[in-house]
Design a protein around this ligand. Sequence first.
Ligand code: ZN
Length: 690
Amino acid sequence: MPPMPSADITQAEAANELMRLAKAIAHHDRLYHAEDAPEISDPEYDALVRRNRELEEAFPHLVREDSPSRKVGHEVAASPLSKVTHEVRMMSLDNAFNREEVEEWVQRIRRYLNLSDSDPVAITAEDKIDGLSCSLRYENGELVRAATRGDGQVGEDVTANARHIADIPQSLPAGVPEVFEVRGEVYMSKADFAALNAAQEEAGGKLFANPRNAAAGSFRQKDASVTAKRPLKFWAYGWGAASNVPCATQHEMMRMIEEWGFPLSPFLTVTGSVDEMIAHYQEIGRQRPDLPYEIDGVVYKVDRLDYQQRLGFVSKAPRWALAHKFPAEQAQTTLEAIDIQVGRTGKLTPVGRLAPVLVGGVTVTNVTLHNRDEIERLGVRPGDRVVIQRAGDVIPQVVENLTREEDRPAFTFPDHCPECNSEAVAEEGEVDVRCTGGLICPAQRTQRLEHFVSRKALDIDGIGSKTIAQFFALGWLESPADIFRLKQRRGDILALDGWQEKSVDNLLASVEARREPDAARLLFGLGIRHVGETTSRDLMKHIHELPALQQLAERARAGDAEAVAELTSIDGIGPSVVEALGDFFHEPHNVAVWEDMLSEVTPPPYVVQTLDSPVAGKTVVFTGKLETMSRDEAKAQAERLGAKAAGSVSAKTDLLVAGPGAGSKLKKAQELGIEVIDEAGWAEIVAAAG
Ligand code: ZN
């Protein structure tokens, strides 16, 4: 484990870094999953995810609403398939990369469950196939719906497609539970993948990057007859919603699912110690090159289902499961060129173009080089031989430059923006080089408009990057408010190639549907520095209306201590956000854009959603010894019920749960007249809430 980062970075820095990580990871998730076009390597991606996790562990109160740790896979992209909401969320898995992390996970489980070292904890182990997760819903034994994972909560309806996969039974034997969702992986074998790509090439069709993408592309078809022609397979690894789970352990339930007619991993077994887990992992790793399908690791699950129930979930992943990943695969190739891309905030990102090379069965042509420092660190120039690496299924990175010679001229990172020719500089202490062109930079302006209409901001359908670029070039879109004035250009749009009455009307209707947007989305859509999706929501939860936010920000910038205190008292809002808001509203152009926008849209006051439980919205403190659960489990329960678990008693505390040995906190709560209950009382509240 690397040292915890809390010692060397401030809270504001951590908040900023978490924001950047959330954005970066979401960006790479989208490229990888939705567009099948990754641009960084697996280990690089994993490094981002780990850094995010370390920061969240060190600063738990800074965990963002859009944190990558809360998300599973990609959001459902614009897709011809209809959407399906999962009754039970499809989770993702936490990763481990070495024995120490596996040991730590087992220890964490023991602590959480309050088990002693002598209590046995059985753990299942099976290989993790590299395919596409799918949930199959059976009602009265009949397959009624198949859905992809999507973002974990909402997937795509692929029922018609699933009916063409021979491994998926259309009906189950008599006596199965009334409702049962079998979950597993749709995949393509290595040989079938190679044959499909050969056929595609001959027919001049699209080539797939790897078996996983081939399986996804074949399965997620509007026309299920295309799926029928593709050699897809399926195996089960678990279950979702079930009217009844007739077993007490994971492996018993999996064997029952096997009896119902589903293939399972041939490696599925039950282990009793970390040594056995690692031995199984090594055996699977030894056989990996010869397996007929791609795998990227081994999955461990706590076998007892009552333990799984108690362990529950932490944001996106169950505490009771872990993916132990295999190490990266490497190859050599030539770096042919370094291109520079300009983003919404003006950041110049170097992208390496490679001579195509196979790495672990996947053709790689691009790598991200991150930033100027990374290029310097590697000492790379076009023409160099490089070692690239990918692990499992994600995005490649350069790990070594074989041509490295210290005395030759280095690659010159541009000091001007390739899009607008403005000066490009790195601010003091920043590694990223940014275009200073701001509003004159077409790349930044169009990307800001794209951000404004994007799914997490105003979520306007039917206006993608091509349309924005085209309308921008025609001078129709200067600022966000112009999107709401497009209706005045209905005739002009119709006169463009590729637009018909219907498509223009659809576009204008989806714009009109956003006249009363969610205030937090609108704020996020403006792309103010440090004001990301979660920060926007945190601000609006407390301030409710945008004009009030503007006033507070202006007062804070003028040095009004009361305004600063009001803003920084909000959970998750630090000095950097206050400063960024103040700077934003100090710039007359921004105020003009802001007021222009508010002349076109009317966001209703932001309303906070709370769960229906007697402690929803309340602040609960746990103290003393808890006997049936760990402190973490108690806090997780409180959060599920919509309550906030705090560490200390104050006037804001609503409820104290005190176990034996409670001391100063109990005394303080009694002095303040705060309600005090014991662990049994808490258990009743939890049970009553279901
Ligand atoms: Zn520029």
